[in-house]
Design a protein around this ligand. Structure first.
Ligand code: 9WN
Length: 429
């Protein structure tokens, strides 16, 4: 049976979730614009032939950009009662209202694809001119505020900032965060099966951190020094690195010709220095024993020894050596044998593997896409094809769900989900 045949078309899913220039991930569960969802969804609009709508998604996301350059993980463009924590809990003074953390910045890599693959040159040039300065400031913010000691490894202050909320990687660092001392009502568990969602234990700490940011007035120095959760997230580091590479290429190859950037200026010089630092700094996160990269708890100064898809994303960044890439390729093949629907977010042999609980085991198509690009670029076409086929199987089994049980292919979380539809349009079709 092919579930795609019974479902809305991928393009219709995007149209259903379009709230006027921005696309919600899914109605109800996620009623605002999310950062990395918006970027991935823009690729769907591009593939559906609506280039103007793709660029609009980027522009609307940048409406949430803070003066310091940060592009938040949620932009609260409108009102909605179905999500917790909403704008009143974050307490950010910005118009439009936003959250106070960011998310993996896949945006620049997506903009490069929009620019290169779009057919309407005039539109692409006009939109690049409008959006590029903001994205340069975004990347400069990451390196300045999140790596003030120049380690080459930016840090994150919240599991939500990784986009991989309850990954086993964050179990250790989260244990150092106190629970929030206030009552609150979650909305997610009323909308989807609670067995697919993070536990109350985690939410108590997620909300503590939200309040902590507010109490400390989002002060970069104070947060770096005092935030009880400070993690060098290998996924965030990798996606940022790839984004910065793509951003520099975009500036030097395209924007320069259009007179949009000074290629000898300070901003590009600083971004290139950051690339060099990460190329070196990321090696401290390699585990020869496990055959993949790891995240690190920067407060406790320990590597987080969990084999997850985050640890393979250095392939997407291009920061792994050839030998490291081979180890990860071998690991991936055996990983796919044990859980055949996409790449399980946590290795199936892990004691913490749960095939349908959010980021503890299910497979996510946008991650699979980045992994496949990484494999391809390291010359591992067989692995890239296997990942693609395993991802196609998810949609055939269940349609456009938020994510998939990596053992059975069952669709989990929200349905009619934008990034899954976008990945089908752009990558899998
Ligand atoms: C918190 C929107 C987002 C994704 C994240 C995913 C989930 C939010 C939540 O939904 O996170 O940001 O409330 O669970 O983990 O990756 O961007 O789809």
């Amino acid at each position: 049976m092919n579930a795609k045949l019974d479902a809305l078309s991928a393009h219709d899913v995007l149209k259903l979730n379009d709230l006027g220039g921005y696309t919600v991930p899914t109605r109800g569960l996620y009623p605002f614009q999310w950062n990395w969802d918006a970027a991935i969804t823009a690729l769907g609009w591009l593939a559906a032939g609506d280039e103007a709508r793709a660029w609009r998604e980027v522009e609307r996301l940048l409406e949430g950009q803070w003066d310091n350059g940060m592009v938040p993980h949620i932009v609260f463009h409108g009102d909605a009662e179905t999500y917790f924590p909403g704008p009143e809990v974050w307490g950010v003074k910005h118009s439009p209202s936003t959250s106070a953390i960011s998310q993996p910045p896949v945006l620049a890599s997506v903009m490069k694809l929009l620019f290169e693959e779009g057919r309407d040159r005039r539109l692409a040039e006009e939109k690049l001119a409008a959006t590029l300065p903001g994205v340069i400031r975004y990347h400069l913010w990451f390196y300045r505020d999140r790596d003030p000691e120049h380690t080459g490894r930016v840090c994150s202050y919240h599991p939500w900032e990784s986009g991989m909320d309850n990954s086993p990687q964050w179990d250790g660092p989260l244990a150092g965060v106190p629970p929030v001392d206030a009552e609150y009502v979650r909305r997610d568990t009323g909308l989807v099966d609670p067995s697919e969602r993070p536990h109350k234990y985690e939410y108590d700490r997620y909300i503590y951190l939200v309040k902590f940011f507010q109490q400390n007035e989002h002060d970069a120095e104070v947060l770096y020094r005092d935030c009880p959760y400070r993690v060098e997230d290998i996924s965030l580091i990798s996606i940022l690195h790839r984004g910065t590479r793509d951003l520099i290429a975009l500036c030097e190859e395209d924007a320069a010709g259009l007179g949009l950037v000074n290629t000898n200026g300070e901003a590009l010089f600083s971004l290139k220095q950051s690339l060099a630092r990460t190329e070196e700094g990321v090696q401290a996160l390699w585990s020869d024993e496990l055959g993949c990269f790891l995240s690190r708890d920067a407060r406790a100064n320990v590597l987080l020894e969990h084999v997850t898809t985050a640890g393979i994303l250095p392939l997407f960044a291009g920061v792994a050596s050839g030998a490291q890439a081979q180890r990860m390729g071998g690991l991936l093949e055996e990983w796919l044998e044990q859980a055949p629907f996409g790449v399980a977010s946590t290795h199936p042999a892990s004691t913490r593997f749960e095939p349908k609980r959010y980021w503890r085991g299910p497979s996510w198509l946008h991650i699979n896409w980045m992994l496949a690009i990484g494999c391809e670029e390291y010359g591992m076409s067989r692995e890239a094809d296997q990942i693609k086929q395993a991802s196609q199987k998810c949609i055939e089994a269940a349609g456009y769900y938020e994510y998939f049980n990596s053992v059975t292919g069952e669709g989990c979380g929200g349905r009619d989900f934008s990034w899954t539809a976008a990945m089908d349009l752009y990558w899998l079709n």
